[in-house]
Write a protein that binds this ligand. Sequence first.
Ligand SMILES: CC(C)(COP(=O)(O)OP(=O)(O)OC[C@H]1O[C@@H](n2cnc3c(N)ncnc32)[C@H](O)[C@@H]1OP(=O)(O)O)[C@@H](O)C(=O)NCCC(=O)NCCS
Length: 195
Amino acid sequence: MPESMPPVLTTSRLRLRPLAADDGPALYSIFSDEEVVRYWSRSAWTDMAQADEMLAAAMRDYADGSGLRYGIVLSATEELIGVASLFAFNRDNRRCEIGYVLGSRHWGQGYASEALVPVLDHAFGPLGMNRIEADIDPQNIASGRVLEKLAFRREGYMPERWFVHGEYADTAFYGLLRRYWDERLLSRSSAVAAG
Ligand SMILES: CC(C)(COP(=O)(O)OP(=O)(O)OC[C@H]1O[C@@H](n2cnc3c(N)ncnc32)[C@H](O)[C@@H]1OP(=O)(O)O)[C@@H](O)C(=O)NCCC(=O)NCCS
């Protein structure tokens, strides 16, 4: 197993694990949905070969350490419901980017916020990151809310940074520093102690 293979991470309802060769059909069902890619920089998939390409890219990234893609699985059913990724590693400056996507049937149940907690713990812990960045479409309210719940701060706004789905799209740029993450954990534990 390459050293950069993502470890299996667990939460109360989810398991995050490396993507596997037989995840193609589940990935296709997620990424072929127009709703899912509405604020994404690419179009909805129309060919199963695109799932194979994502799987091949994930395996290459695991092998050379350039990215970690976690499959998000419901513990109760083993269903693959989404993907979370850490990519664009700049190890000298201890930063990387985060991305996440869930199949639309699973939105609105707190799964994204739940899944990203152990991913961020892993990034700030064993991976030694100090800063995680996210570039989202400011119209993507759910995504901004997920980031804010996880203590990311909105740091910038870049108009017309992307040309997707036939129109320009803006970037809302978010950052999470290790110290914001530590402060979040401290404030939660002092709230528990006070309660
Ligand atoms: C963004 C995404 C991952 C969120 O997943 P999710 O599991 O539904 O997220 P959560 O349930 O953890 O949190 C969503 C939050 O946004 C809120 N929200 C969702 N839509 C909203 C809206 N239109 N207006 C206001 N708040 C909204 C939810 O109420 C929730 O906040 P709360 O916990 O305070 O109530 C999911 O919508 C998705 O996969 N979208 C497509 C891919 C994508 O855009 N990825 C991000 C780009 S990097």
